[in-house]
Ligand binder design. Structure first.
Ligand code: AMP
Length: 430
């Protein structure tokens, strides 16, 4: 396996940009995908955010377009990247700007939920690479601000999420507007039948690169489950957050309402917290993410969809305040804490009604999640379908002893060292 970027055939300006980003060696998906994409192959990538997939497609696109030197026309890009959410689109745009900083290529990012005027102006100045969410893109195509007939490289990022969000018809319409002679890349964290069908329809003899988290990221994350009654979850959360090692924590809830409730509770407990979910206006979402990234908020409470594509380095812990009902979402969630090779910790709260979700998650990962001891633990009699494990000790009393109980297992374990500050890179400096 190539252990440096030098063997991947990248042009000098890209290699310099990677040095500036302090990328020392390529991630597995970059090693596998970049040479194939440089050859012009179509690609089916099974990968989630956190694997380095953005650079895996951005670097070959920048390389190809800078070599081709195609004329730049207003509103008519040569490469198109489709992303499900505005957050992800924004982050992809930032990555293109960082990697392509020494190349004469122009990238624009467009997404819905904001006024279109600035986006239209930017498009009119000419654009080589366009990053877009499907709805706004089609809207601007219909208004004739954008033409896609020169798109020779098309990327569908997080295709499973785009389909989950109901974009399937839009995506197919957009694909039909692009050149038929093109290079197409489809990235998806999971491969349900509708994605396999889409891939079959739009890719030509693709190579398949699989770095799926069920086999990779999950191994680096120390996972624990706390069996706890619904009403005790908030107390458990504040108690766990008393540990200073929890310095950048992403808390997941299933619903927007739930996210707001947890956020309010933490604020009332004096813990700097932000919430991120789809009911928030775009500028409120940006503010929340910025505060979390900059460390002004130690905690970010988010729902699954809003958290898609959040790329914040140095997340020390993911807490599943509620377990997701789709097991794949669990893998996405916990992957936020093990970015670019770092380790991390994921703690899940599981009440009685969530036991089936836990079983589905364990069967997807083909491994059990370790059970954490704590004083609020549900009594065995409340959990008829899954007895406490053999090693369970009596619940520790509150205070130092209790903290020692979960700290010892969390931080002292051999498999999951807490991420050190040295492997927390600040990808986004504001
Ligand atoms: P992605 O999976 O594309 O969302 O990338 C996840 C994070 O890893 C981003 O913060 C990237 O900047 C970072 N990253 C990507 N490739 C590398 C690399 N080869 N070395 C270090 N960090 C990387």
């Amino acid at each position: 396996m190539t252990l440096s970027f030098d063997g991947l055939g990248l042009a000098e300006p890209l290699r310099l940009a990677l040095k500036a980003e302090n990328y020392l060696q390529p991630t597995p998906i970059q090693v596998q995908a970049i040479p194939l994409l440089n050859e012009g192959r179509d690609l089916l990538g099974i990968a989630q955010t956190g694997t380095g997939k953005t650079a895996a497609f951005a670097l070959p696109i920048l390389q190809r377009l800078s070599q081709q030197r195609l004329p730049r026309t207003p509103g008519s890009p040569h490469a198109l990247i489709l992303a499900p959410t505005r957050e992800l689109a924004g982050q992809i745009g930032e990555r293109f700007a960082a990697y392509g900083r020494d190349l004469p290529l122009r990238t624009a990012v467009i997404f819905g939920g904001v006024n279109q005027t600035r986006q239209v102006k930017e498009l009119a100045r000419g654009v080589d690479i366009l990053v877009a969410t499907p709805g706004r893109l089609l809207d601007l195509c219909n208004q004739r601000h954008i033409r896609l007939d020169k798109v020779s490289i098309l990327v569908l990022d997080e295709a499973d999420r785009m389909l989950d969000m109901g974009f399937v018809r839009d995506v197919r319409k957009i694909v039909a507007l692009c050149r038929t002679k093109r290079q197409t890349l489809l990235f998806s964290a999971t491969m349900p039948p509708d994605i396999a069908k889409l891939a079959q329809d739009i890719l030509t003899s693709p190579v398949r690169v699989d770095v799926s988290p069920a086999t990779i990221a999950v191994d680096r994350i120390e996972q624990q489950v706390f069996f706890v009654g619904t009403s005790a979850k908030r107390t458990l959360l504040t108690e766990l957050l008393a540990d200073p090692a929890m310095d950048r924590v992403l808390v997941f809830t299933r619903t927007k309402h739930g996210a707001d409730k947890v956020c309010r509770h933490l604020l009332q407990s004096g813990i700097a917290t932000e919430a991120l979910h789809g009911n928030k206006a775009q500028n409120a979402r940006v503010r929340a993410l910025d505060a979390f990234r900059a460390g002004r908020a130690r905690i970010l409470v988010a729902t699954d969809i809003a958290a898609r594509g959040i790329d914040v380095p140095g997340i020390s812990h993911v807490i599943n305040f509620e377990l997701p009902n789709e097991p794949e979402s669990y893998v996405h969630r916990i992957g936020r804490t093990a970015r670019a090779g770092a380790g991390g910790a994921a703690l899940s709260f599981c009440d009685h009604s969530e036991r089936p979700y836990l079983r589905a998650i364990e069967s997807l990962m083909r491994r059990k999640v370790a059970v954490a001891e704590h004083r609020l633990s549900e009594t065995p009699s409340a959990l008829p379908e899954q007895p406490r494990p053999q090693h369970a000790r009596p619940a520790a009393p509150a205070g130092a002893k209790r903290r020692q109980g979960f700290r010892g297992r969390r931080f002292g374990g051999a498999s999951g060292a807490a991420p050190s500050s040295s492997n927390r890179r600040e990808a986004f400096r504001h």
